[in-house]
Ligand binder design. Structure first.
Ligand SMILES: *Cc1c(COP(=O)(O)O)cnc(C)c1O
Length: 373
């Protein structure tokens, strides 16, 4: 091959030829409300504990870490409760990695993943990366999962893995445990309940069902409510045999000693890490009310984000908000935008900017005279 090959020169797998790296734009703006992070920085006491954990880890940094991450998995089990123990927990670098490993075990060539759009945009990417056939059955108009459609899809596609985001991203919709149980009763497939936003939902977790359904995997992350997105720690709870299967496909030493130590320190201070969760849920409700008062439609949400619209040209609205220093997300149903719940100050800025975008009256907005250009 010639030097400096073009994309076309590369002997790429055909399904990657038209693919581009996934991800929300990472723009350096004053108010970033686009990837559902917890906006509050580390409490001082946790900062200290993490520094101490790093310090003692560095003494052994010339050695490989604990391949099984048993101390960390024990702490995750304690955090989840439900009588779980370390051998029912798996952990990796973000729940993205956990879910890819689940598909490596239970999906793959000749196998099928079923999910319910509009939902998390990474699911088709996990499927593609693991050579899994990706099939969907749409949610109802109110974004609830349609159990009749699910039953039909299961008899049509015979999925090997079913993924339910709960609360769903990007709609924020909560699926009841009854509906999840109904789906578990329809199929012997591995059912992943992706509870990335569970802590915001004040609803019971699918962990309640683990004792009764051996094919259930509950996926979680420390990236959202736990305010640890930069630490990259996702995890899952399931039957011990499922965890053992994941241990087969994981890369050796996949979780760095630093990740294990710092995540462990965060879990030792779970209460402090989660201290703002209730406030964020209340702020979500207050912000939704304010947007409705502006005449917008807002989709009810049980997570730390919600969809709002409709906009004839949502990209133009997105851009107008960017021009005012506010980054939201262009995702989900056409004509809607998604915003994450930030701090009180950030939400005030967001609403002020949005009101200005909706009613572009130069007299009403002191910042609109191109001074920002
Ligand atoms: C953010 C998110 C995740 C996971 O993120 P990680 O940072 O990889 O742990 C998983 N599922 C959904 C639905 C999400 O929104």
């Amino acid at each position: 091959m010639r030097a400096n090959p073009t994309w076309e020169d590369l002997p790429l797998r055909p399904e990657l030829r038209s693919a581009r790296p996934y991800g929300a734009p990472q723009l350096d703006l004053p108010v970033c409300l686009n990837v559902n992070e917890n906006p509050y920085p580390l409490p001082e006491a946790v900062h200290q504990a993490m520094m101490a954990a790093v310090e003692s880890t560095l003494a052994n940094i010339h050695r490989y870490p604990d391949r099984e991450a048993l101390v960390l998995r024990g702490k995750l089990a304690t955090y989840l409760g439900h009588g779980l123990s370390a051998n029912q927990i798996w952990a990796a670098n973000g729940s993205n990695e956990v879910m890819t490993e689940i598909l490596q075990c239970f999906a793959g060539p000749g196998r099928t993943l079923l999910t319910f759009p509009p939902t998390y945009s990474m699911y088709p990417e996990y499927a593609r990366n693991t050579h899994t056939q990706f099939v969907t059955t749409p949610r109802r108009e109110d974004f609830q999962i349609d159990l009749d459609q699910v039953a039909q899809a299961i008899s049509l596609y015979h999925p090997d893995v079913i993924v339910i985001a709960n609360p769903n991203n990007p709609t924020g919709t909560l699926t009841t445990l009854e509906d999840i149980e109904a789906i578990l009763n329809l199929s012997e497939a591995i059912v992943i309940v992706d509870e990335a936003y569970q802590e915001f939902s004040s609803a019971p977790s699918a962990l309640d069902l683990l004792d009764h359904y051996g094919n259930l995997i509950v996926a979680r992350t420390m990236s959202k409510a736990f305010a640890f997105a930069g630490g990259r720690l996702g995890y899952a709870a399931a039957a011990t045999t499922i965890i053992d299967a994941l241990r087969v496909v994981r890369l050796p030493y996949h979780l760095s000693a630093l990740t294990q130590a710092v995540a462990g320190a965060a879990l030792d201070h779970a209460e402090a890490m989660l201290a703002q969760v209730d406030h964020l849920s209340l702020l979500r409700e207050a912000t939704i009310e304010q947007l409705r008062a502006l005449g917008l439609t807002v989709i009810d949400s049980r997570a730390n984000f919600f969809l709002f619209g409709p906009f004839a040209d949502r990209h133009a609205t997105w851009q107008a908000l960017v021009d005012r220093g506010v980054l939201v997300r262009e995702t989900g149903p056409e004509s809607y935008l998604r915003v994450s719940v930030g701090t009180d100050q950030e939400m005030e800025t967001f609403i002020y900017a949005l009101a200005a975008v909706l009613a572009p009256d130069p007299a009403a907005s002191p910042n609109s005279q191109r001074s920002a250009a």
